[in-house]
Design a protein around this ligand. Structure first.
Ligand SMILES: Nc1nc2c(c(=O)[nH]1)N[C@H]1C(S)=C(S)[C@@H](COP(=O)(O)O)O[C@H]1N2
Ligand SMILES: [Mo]
Length: 230
């Protein structure tokens, strides 16, 4: 009884968020640009599958800051705080008990490689946002990793249905070097917007640049606009 009441509230919060950001989301470049830059067959959101300046690879290179934190799932935590009505810290078990989503998407690294068709499993960012309920003025997030990495995103990008916090890739636990136990993915933006070893999502009213954004990389990171640097 109490549980179904809670579920109803989360569903209502999700619908509200979706309605609030629907128009902004539709107007983002990767959904609305009439002359996107790139080559190849169109992907599911109508963009050329290989963004401008990218080369397709079968490999999956590893990029990090020289630290690969080792976190056992049972020690992993995710804090959701800042401009939200109900801040929470989720344990691995609580995270795994949330609705799980499977999706196949592409990965575009700003260092010019793209990897197609990774099969992910995890929790949609929008489902986490519905749980904590961003305040009326929340407009951005800053994601933090266990390696002290940070990266910022607008809510209209983060709330897209293909933005997941993933624990499984190609039917295997996400390898530690790729951000396991849990990382974020942002298929419609360059991959540096997806924090590996994610442990905190801070909701913000004012945009705050992350690690690479402070060092000259773009706040927005649109692959089909070659939007790499600011
Ligand atoms: N925590 C954390 N997340 C991170 C990074 C990092 O150094 N630390 N590097 C980013 C960059 S620059 C890219 S391109 C992707 C690379 O992911 P991969 O190593 O799984 O290919 O992760 C992003 N997320
Ligand atoms: Mo990167």
């Amino acid at each position: 009884m109490e549980n179904s009441g809670k579920l109803e509230k989360v569903v209502a919060a999700r619908m509200k968020l979706k309605a609030r950001f629907e128009e902004k989301m539709r107007l983002t470049p990767s959904l609305s640009d009439e002359r996107p830059m790139g080559t190849g067959p169109l992907n599911r959101h109508g963009m050329p599958s290989l963004p401008v300046g990218q080369i397709a690879t079968e490999k999956w290179p590893v990029l990090d800051l020289g630290i690969q934190p080792e976190i056992a799932p049972e020690d992993w935590q995710l804090k959701l705080d800042g401009a939200v009505e109900h801040p929470v810290t989720l344990s691995w078990k609580e995270f795994m008990d949330l609705p799980q989503t499977e999706d196949t998407s592409d990965f575009h690294c700003v260092t010019s490689w793209s990897r197609f068709g990774l099969q992910w499993k995890g929790v949609r960012f929008i489902d986490l946002a519905a749980l904590v309920q961003p305040t009326q003025h929340a407009a951005f997030i800053l994601c933090h990793g266990y390696d002290d990495y940070t990266t910022n995103l607008s809510l209209e990008e983060a709330l897209k249905p293909d933005v997941l916090l993933v624990h499984t890739v190609d039917d295997k636990p996400l390898p530690e070097e790729h951000g396991g136990p849990v990382r974020m993915i942002t298929p419609q933006l360059y991959a540096w917007k997806g924090s590996k070893w994610i442990n905190r999502i801070e909701f913000l009213e004012v945009n705050h640049p992350g690690f690479w954004e402070e060092r000259g990389y773009s706040n927005t990171a649109y692959p089909w606009r070659n939007d790499r640097y600011s």
